[in-house]
Ligand binder design. Structure first.
Ligand code: ZN
Ligand code: ZN
Length: 128
């Protein structure tokens, strides 16, 4: 497990945060909700305990959307630029959009939700 400290920020930089290892889970999720919320083939999320997480700026500049019960899914975003930003899950974990991290995370991802595997993403073409 990595104990590296990582910093993240939204596109405009108003919302920023820091997290400290050890990191236990980095999930790449391909479920339909994660694809919708990111607009991408998968969400890349690091999960840490609240005591491993610190807001550096802009905590009050965030918007948050939660799907109605019984769903345990939502999204948090910068009110200015719309980038995904951290949020606390219903189970108490801090969910961090790892693509907004400034440093390499030093933890390998786990692919989740294989049943929603997006074939169109895995058939990659290379630009030569
Ligand atoms: Zn922003
Ligand atoms: Zn998902």
């Amino acid at each position: 497990m990595s104990i590296k400290t990582l910093n993240g920020e939204c596109l405009c930089g108003i919302v920023s945060w820091q997290m400290k290892g050890p990191y236990e889970f980095f999930g790449m999720c391909q479920c339909s909700r994660c694809r919708k919320v990111t607009g991408a083939a998968f969400a890349a999320n690091l999960f840490v305990k609240p005591e491993q997480f610190l807001w550096r700026s802009g905590e009050n500049k965030r918007g948050e959307y939660t799907l109605p019960l019984p769903n345990t899914f939502g999204n948090a975003f910068c009110n200015k630029c719309g980038s995904r930003v951290p949020r606390q899950t219903a189970k108490g974990w801090m969910l961090l959009p790892l693509g907004s991290t400034m440093e390499a995370p030093n933890i390998s991802p786990t692919l989740v939700q294989l049943e929603d595997h997006t074939e169109w993403f895995t058939k990659l073409n290379e630009i030569v």
